[in-house]
Design a protein around this ligand. Structure first.
Ligand SMILES: [Zn+2]
Ligand SMILES: [Zn+2]
Length: 73
């Protein structure tokens, strides 16, 4: 199970590594003035719209919980 393989904690600009994705986003926002997007469900912050969409999809899947990640790439 590698649900969080897409969660990166390294800053894209200065390559500093953080303890959590959230800290990295905060850093990018404050230091590099990056635009961030917010999950309307839980308030989690993201650097990219696609990251947020991915998170929202996982959140919804968890909520539904009918079948667990059956898609294979
Ligand atoms: Zn940085
Ligand atoms: Zn959320």
């Amino acid at each position: 199970m590698r649900l969080f393989h897409s969660e990166k904690r390294e800053c894209e600009d200065c390559h500093a590594v953080f303890a959590s994705y959230d800290e990295m986003v905060q850093h990018a926002h404050e230091v590099h003035k990056k635009h961030i997007v917010k999950c309307s469900e839980c308030g989690k912050l993201f650097l990219h719209e696609k990251d947020r969409l991915h998170h929202v999809r996982e959140e919804n899947e968890r909520k539904v919980d009918v079948r667990r990640h059956k898609f294979k790439k």
